[in-house]
Design a protein. Sequence first.
Length: 160
Amino acid sequence: MKFIIRFLIVISCVNFIWLVSAQEPNLEKIPQGWLGKDGKALQEKPWQKSNGSLGVMQMLTTKPEEFLANWDKSTKGVHIELAKQVSKGAPIVSFLLFTGCKVDEKNNCKLGLAYKVVAPSGKLYHASDMMEAWIDKPAPPKGTLQLSVNYLVPCVTLFA
């Protein structure tokens, strides 16, 4: 049996939240976190959100080793093979990418994340504690993506 990942995301099987307490209070004057090549704000999607200058993107893959190997290559871009389907019982990894975190006086970010794993029926299978996405680390250069230090490895058997 195969599950379509898009269905899992749209039905909120994997949700994420992030700390935005360090964000500027006047959000309407701040450029959006996700901008197109033309410099205009991109429309949000269930897996791609922004709050002021902060942009967060969730990536689901069944090939985490390949994802991390490609991420570590020194290139202008990175090839990311996203999961389109996953078999029952197979692992799937949720990575979190971000851009534009607000910095403190030391030019460090304080960004946390928490995951909720929810079945299409609405039943909560798992809720993580707040964990580090990027805390007390130098802010990534403007306009670049950063991979969070923590990620989630649920197994589709949870949704059976």
